[in-house]
Design a protein around this ligand. Structure first.
Ligand code: ARG
Length: 457
């Protein structure tokens, strides 16, 4: 393909280090599509004879059919998917195949193929996130009024509803989807026709190829177009943030499934056993989601470091752009599916959650709020009075609402019997009806909005 100026062929080491076909064969569909768009344009523009363009297009279809049937052959001498396809095309249709590479370079070719691949990966991530959101919304709707302890510092803080907790992850998934959508919109410009780095002297129509490949238009600067991998980094950034959210959700399930918590029974189908301890049911899928999230962030880091020192325009380092993106995409698809399955099939042990919410003086803030509202006491003073009540209850080993009225009035005489109504966990969550709060009525509203946004019911 390029041997004209060389006296001897590459060494075995050169062939091995140079070959990207073992991984970039994953781009074959995109490579065929981009070549077909390119040659159709060359024919229309009269850069190659229309009959030759038609022969090349038909030949590309034959190559694609072979790949579909038998896979892509891996010949290191052909370096990459672009050479592999062109070489097979030449075997099938003869020297006319050599006209395909007019007015393009592998530099704009790979930039185009890879963008097309990443665009599909974004669409796949979006579909996976939508499925996760549907699962979250279904379960949140079931549990809009199920009470559990809410935590800060993993210490019992205030009662919340399980529906509210699950809808927090719905919000994260919504932001993930908008990040992927923004990445997609930003990357949807076509590099094809930037050629090696400077553009081309042939009268090509870059708008035509861009449109044929579903891009919004051509890129504006040929140097930028062949050296830009921001689209891959944007994808990896969105994937990393999504993975981080999945990892946090996984971590919650791991904690909730532990025996002291006992908030959930994980589905058997997403758990494993122990070869020595017969009683064990381990949350391996969730743990692997947590682990894979680290690998996905590693992929982002890898490509950032590959790119950070590169001058314009193309350098071969950039061939290393594909493995981290392929790896991250595969892992993300798996993690999304695993967490969606877990949300769908986990049994929430609502009685244990509610019992846990009764512990740890979760309604202490409600006592302070009651003192503010009923007795017009400044919040800081109410906080202090409540602290004394908690101290007394803790010393006696009882809950706040198990203190007698006399005991409470001993702490502050302005307390009366109406306070007990405010100290139940039900009253506590019902009171938090501010927009976006945990009150069941609020959760119901958010769930209804989410169902409408997802096109459910
Ligand atoms: N296999 C190469 C890659 O993935 C294609 C571009 C090669 N360009 C070049 N000038 N050697 O980056």
């Amino acid at each position: 393909m390029w041997g004209g100026r060389f006296a001897e062929g590459p060494s075995a080491i050169m062939r091995e280090i140079n070959a990207s076909i073992p991984f970039d064969k994953a781009l074959w569909r995109q490579d065929i599509a981009a070549s077909k768009a390119h040659v159709a344009m060359l024919g229309t523009q009269g850069i190659v004879a229309p009959a030759d363009a038609a022969t090349i297009a038909a030949g590309l279809d034959r190559v694609a059919a072979e790949y579909e049937a038998n896979g892509v052959p891996e010949d290191w001498d052909l370096e990459d998917i672009h050479m592999t396809t062109e070489s097979r095309l030449a075997e099938l249709i003869g020297p006319v195949a050599g006209r395909l590479h007019t007015a393009r370079s592998r530099n704009d070719q790979v930039a185009t193929d890879f963008r097309l691949w990443v665009r599909d990966a974004i669409d796949q991530a979006d579909a996976g996130l939508a499925a996760l959101q549907r699962a979250l919304v279904e379960r949140a709707g079931e549990h809009a009024a199920s009470i559990m302890p809410g935590f800060t510092h993993l210490q019992t803080a205030q009662p919340v509803t399980l529906g509210h907790h699950l809808m927090a992850y719905y919000e994260m998934a919504a932001r993930d989807r908008s990040r992927f959508a923004a990445a997609r919109a930003r990357m949807n410009r076509c590099p094809l026709g930037s050629a090696a780095l400077a553009g081309t002297g042939f009268p090509i129509d870059r708008h035509a190829t861009a449109t044929a490949l579903g891009f919004d238009g051509p890129t504006a600067n040929s140097l930028d177009a062949v050296s830009d991998r921001d689209f891959a980094l944007d994808y990896l950034m969105a994937a990393s943030q999504c993975a981080l959210h999945l990892s946090r959700l996984a971590e919650e399930f791991i904690i909730w499934a532990s025996q002291p918590f006992g908030f959930v029974r994980l589905p058997d189908s997403l758990s494993t056993g122990s070869s020595i301890m017969p009683q064990k049911k381990n949350p391996d899928a969730a743990e692997l989601v947590r682990g894979h999230a680290g690998r996905i962030v590693g992929c982002l880091t890898a490509l950032m470091i590959t790119m950070k020192g590169l001058p314009l325009a193309y350098s071969k380092d950039m061939q290393d752009d594909k493995p981290p993106v392929f790896e991250a995409a595969g892992l993300l698809t798996l993690c999304l599916a695993a967490m969606t399955g877990m949300v769908e099939a986990t049994t929430f042990r609502t009685e244990r959650m509610r019992a846990a919410a009764e512990l740890g003086y979760a309604t202490a803030t409600d006592l302070a709020d009651w003192l503010v509202r009923q007795a017009n006491i400044p919040f800081r003073e109410a906080h202090h009075i409540t602290g004394a009540a908690v101290k007394l209850a803790e010393g006696k080993g009882v809950a706040l609402d198990q203190l007698s009225l006399d005991e409470l009035r001993g702490i502050d005489a302005r307390i009366d019997e109406r306070v007990y109504a405010a100290l139940s966990v039900e009253a506590s969550v019902a009171a938090r009806a501010s927009h976006g709060g945990t009150a069941p009525a609020e959760v119901d509203k958010r769930v209804a909005e989410a169902r409408a946004a997802l096109g459910l019911d």
